[in-house]
Design a protein around this ligand. Structure first.
Ligand code: EPZ
Length: 422
């Protein structure tokens, strides 16, 4: 298995291009099922996860063409050949569950495996299913599969989510666009990925208003057409490299990053002592000088501090002056990076959903591994700041969500390389 070797201590200087957002791209890919005409997605991240979603779509009958040089994916669901998403595919990547809504909207029935839990928490899909039931879908769970049918078509509904869910908001949108009548989603998620999905669906002829606010109104249409859409830039990738600069020191332009999408992180970084500024071409991050200051934060739905940057921020705060308190409010088991950071010398005490990080003066490289994508990259960040060599194992987690990670960091002066395994 591949591993990543990092020799810490080199400051980062230069610029890093920020690619399209994985978590938006995956839902946009599912949207291709809604139309018999092609959907062309530009600024597509070429990742294990987006390739995997494309494979699932191909198994449902979608013609898939990657135009790699143009970072473009063309999806053409002229006819739906299958309405079954099997366990082996959904188990490996939860976002594949998102084909359920578009299949229901397009052909009226689908059989999709329940995703099951994952390393960061139980992650049920009850809100997704309740939204579909409200739209008139009959749902049966049999042998681990959701068997869903809306034989008389989907009908618009007034849905209030009991708490904010990105996935359920997106999934309800993906179905409601082709429902009969109007749908209102209340207490909807406000993430930039929701706005991106609404923009793409509207370009396909959908009528969605209010995306980016907590009330989304959708007027159902009878069919959608093809479209060309540019995937929004990845705020989590941008935030991750911003935190890498905070850890390693230096001066880096995050090209194509949108400041407004990482404002909560930028405020925290500024309080800690890092310069973060918006520029015409992206966001510049600079850190010189002494130790950063400890910071308390908690994860929240957008526009709050994102759970997908919690591990990376913790890695930086391990070296800050003072004690930082971090509360994880989105996922119940998202501190698995803490014991691995401790292998580098970090002092972290975890009590339930709160971690107390007591900053140390230095970290020392060690072999480490992690069980999810963001936790893995937090170990890379810690490795960039640690003395000596850090080896990050289980690199396949990183490959799920960070395209060209080593190349982007090495181009800015990091001493980092991928060591090929068997
Ligand atoms: C998305 O997951 C992202 N994944 C996650 O990124 C991200 O951490 C999360 O949103 C929060 O921002 C993708 O977009 C593919 P939720 P999602 O529904 O949609 C609970 C990464 O590293 N819940 O907003 O699954 C759920 O268990 C990944 O890229 C229910 O209880 O997140 C969680 O505690 C990890 N029932 C909370 O809600 C439901 O039906 C918020 O989850 C749905 C969710």
């Amino acid at each position: 298995m591949d591993r990543i070797a990092i020799t810490g201590g080199a400051p980062l200087k230069g610029s890093i291009p920020i690619y399209g957002a994985k978590n938006s791209a995956l839902k946009l890919q599912a949207a291709a099922l809604l139309s018999a005409e092609p959907l062309v997605l530009e600024n597509m991240p070429d990742l294990a996860d987006t390739r995997f979603m494309a494979q699932l779509l191909a198994s449902l009958g979608v013609e898939v063409a990657w135009i790699k040089e143009a970072r473009t994916l063309r999806l053409h669901a002229g006819a739906i050949a299958s309405t079954i998403a099997p366990y082996d595919l959904v188990r490996k990547m939860r976002a594949t569950f998102n084909v359920l809504g578009p299949l229901l909207a397009r052909v009226g029935h689908a059989t999709v495996s329940l995703p099951g839990g994952c390393a960061i928490g139980a992650r049920p899909v009850d809100l997704h299913l309740k939204a579909f039931e409200a739209m008139g879908v009959d749902i049966h769970i049999e042998q681990g599969y959701v068997k869903a049918a809306a034989l008389r078509g989907l009908r618009g509904a007034d849905i209030t989510f009991p708490f904010v869910s990105v996935g359920a908001t997106e999934h309800a949108m993906l179905a409601a666009v082709l429902a009969q009548g109007d749908t209102t989603l209340r207490n909807a998620a406000r993430e930039p990925e929701i706005v991106d999905l609404a923009d793409c669906l509207n370009a396909m002829g959908a009528r969605i208003e209010g995306a980016g606010t907590s009330e989304i109104n959708i007027r159902g249409v009878t069919s959608l057409k093809g479209a060309k859409h540019r995937v929004v830039s990845d705020r989590i990738e941008a935030g991750t490299y911003a935190l890498a600069v905070a850890a390693a020191r230096g001066d880096v332009l995050l090209e194509g990053a949108n400041y407004d999408h990482i404002a909560a992180l930028a405020e925290l970084m500024r309080r800690a002592g890092v310069e973060v500024e918006t520029e015409a071409r992206g966001v510049r991050v600079r850190r010189n000088g002494g130790r950063l200051l400890a910071q308390d934060f908690e994860t929240e739905p957008f526009p709050g501090f994102p759970t997908d940057l919690q591990a990376q921020a913790m890695a930086v705060l391990c070296l800050a002056d003072g004690q930082s308190r971090i509360r994880e409010t989105i996922f119940e088991n998202r501190f698995m990076h803490a014991p691995e950071l401790a292998r580098l010398g970090a002092q972290i005490a975890v009590h339930g959903n709160e971690a107390v990080v007591t900053g140390v003066e230095k970290l020392i490289g060690a072999p480490v591994m992690a069980t999810d994508l963001r936790a893995s990259v937090s170990l890379v960040i810690a490795g960039l700041a640690a003395e000596g060599e850090t080896i990050v194992n289980r690199v396949y987690h990183l490959d799920r969500g960070f395209e060209s990670l080593e190349a982007k960091l090495a181009a800015c002066g990091a001493q980092i390389e991928r060591q090929r395994g068997d």
